[in-house]
Design a protein around this ligand. Structure first.
Ligand code: ZN
Length: 154
């Protein structure tokens, strides 16, 4: 069975940045399940997976436009420190939970902290990054009607 839309695929992966540091990995964990063709993975990775069979292993480099998108400078904003409230050990690199005007939870990354202001970055954490994946396809099966209805693998 090969990877096609509406099939549940489980993959092991190692994600590295341009200098070879590991950003994320499924090593030592359960393989990551997803339903192919639902946009669950970044476009560059789904395209590379399409048509492959269980047991296959490959490496792929994905540019930002096929990954998490380019960095949007408008999503990086300096706000008054009072906006984030009293957070213990506030420092660059911290991830904070914020709510947008619709009440959805968004994550923002603290980029700079000064006496008066905090610079917050609402871009996806991997926006603007070139991603280097090593992927092993663990298994492939048809999705159940329930999984398709829910839009995720069980
Ligand atoms: Zn479900």
């Amino acid at each position: 069975m090969n990877i096609e839309d509406q099939r549940v695929v489980k993959i092991h992966y190692i994600l590295k940045d341009d200098v070879g540091d590991i950003i994320d990995s499924s090593e030592g964990k359960e393989p990551l399940p997803y339903i192919h063709g639902t946009g669950a993975l970044i476009p560059g990775l789904e395209r590379e997976l399409a048509g492959r069979a269980a047991g296959e292993e490959f490496e792929v480099t994905i540019e930002p436009e096929e990954g998490y998108g380019e960095l949007d400078p408008e999503l990086v904003q300096a706000v008054d420190r009072s906006v984030v409230g009293d957070i213990e050990g506030l420092q660059p690199g911290m991830q904070l939970e914020a709510r947008d005007p619709d009440g959805h939870v968004r994550y923002v990354i603290v980029r700079e902290v000064s006496e008066e202001t905090v610079v917050l970055d609402a871009n996806p954490p991997l926006a603007g990054r070139t991603l280097h994946f090593k992927v092993t396809i663990d298994s492939i099966r048809e999705a159940t009607a329930e999984e398709l209805e829910h839009g995720h693998a069980h």
